[in-house]
Design a protein around this ligand. Structure first.
Ligand code: IPD
Ligand code: CA
Ligand code: CA
Ligand code: CA
Length: 263
């Protein structure tokens, strides 16, 4: 299947999954904790991941799947075609708010992002990116990011990282919060990346994200010129958890050099 046929297939798959998630609002969902009391997972996270996996295995033999809930493959390298899937990114929002969550999907070939999708299920906004083919929201092309400066930037970050911790230079992060125009925290890495791509945020930074949180969003954000790396400035990790920054090209380097300093 070529990229365009795959793109059409994936869009209808994602819309179908979104429909299932919206329908779940009418039923009782089962909520459990994972690594700690605030790390939630529901039956819908699992069911949606299984829904994608069944379809991918049926229609794309040989492709591998790296999903948050663990129903996919055991991925130890980036060889071949891998679907990186977060069935519900922002589960806490899904449970508490019934909004501000997304389906996130990235298709990578030998470690290179080819297709990326972020579906804001409740608003029915589908962001997608095609490598060297542009980024879109509901099939309308997103514009390249405009030149900006730290003092005029809105930076998305979780307030947790402004609490003194053993990884980051606390004073530098506080200085960042002082120097930017504003900070935001929406609780869905995928949506926050979609907002960087659409220019609503100028940067999104996180101390710890997994490959499925960022795989789809990176393809989309890169198509409008955003730079996506870990805090060392290296390409983001597609195999395990790592630090992550996506930023307008005018401020990416400045953020890393001046404000995000590892101890
Ligand atoms: C989480 C969200 C959240 C981020 C966490 C992620 P999940 O994903 O993206 O915004 O801060 O690090 O784990 O668990 O809701 O899919
Ligand atoms: Ca989770
Ligand atoms: Ca996630
Ligand atoms: Ca998730």
């Amino acid at each position: 299947m070529d990229l365009h046929a795959m793109d059409r297939y994936i869009k209808s798959l994602i819309k179908e999954a979104g429909h299932q998630i919206r329908n779940s609002f009418l039923t009782d969902i089962t909520i459990e904790s994972k690594s700690n009391a605030n790390d939630l997972v529901t039956n819908m996270d699992k069911e949606i991941e299984q829904f994608f996996i069944e379809r991918i295995r049926r229609d794309f033999s040989g492709h591998r799947i790296f999903g948050e809930e663990g129903f996919g493959d055991d991925i130890q390298n980036t060889n071949g075609i891998i679907w990186l899937l977060d069935p519900i990114d922002g589960t806490m929002n899904f449970v508490h708010q019934k909004r501000n969550f997304a389906i996130s999907l990235g298709i990578y070939e030998d470690g290179i992002g080819k297709l990326g999708y972020i579906y804001d299920v409740v608003n029915d906004d589908l962001y997608h990116g095609v490598k060297d083919g542009g980024a879109y929201c509901n099939n309308e092309k997103l514009r390249p990011l405009m030149e900006t400066d730290i003092s005029e930037s809105i930076v998305a970050m979780n307030a947790t990282w402004s609490i003194p911790n053993r990884y980051l230079d606390h004073e530098a992060i506080i200085q960042l919060i002082r120097d930017v125009r504003g900070t935001r925290s929406y609780g869905s890495a995928a949506l926050e990346l979609a907002y960087v791509a659409s220019g609503r945020f100028d940067a999104y930074i996180s101390m710890r994200l997994s490959p499925w949180d960022i795989a789809g969003g990176m393809v989309i954000a890169q198509e409008v010129g955003a730079i996506t790396t870990n805090f060392k400035g290296d390409p983001a990790n597609l195999l395990k958890q790592d630090t992550f920054i996506a930023a307008n090209p005018a401020i990416h380097q400045k953020l890393l050099e001046k404000y995000i300093k590892f101890k």
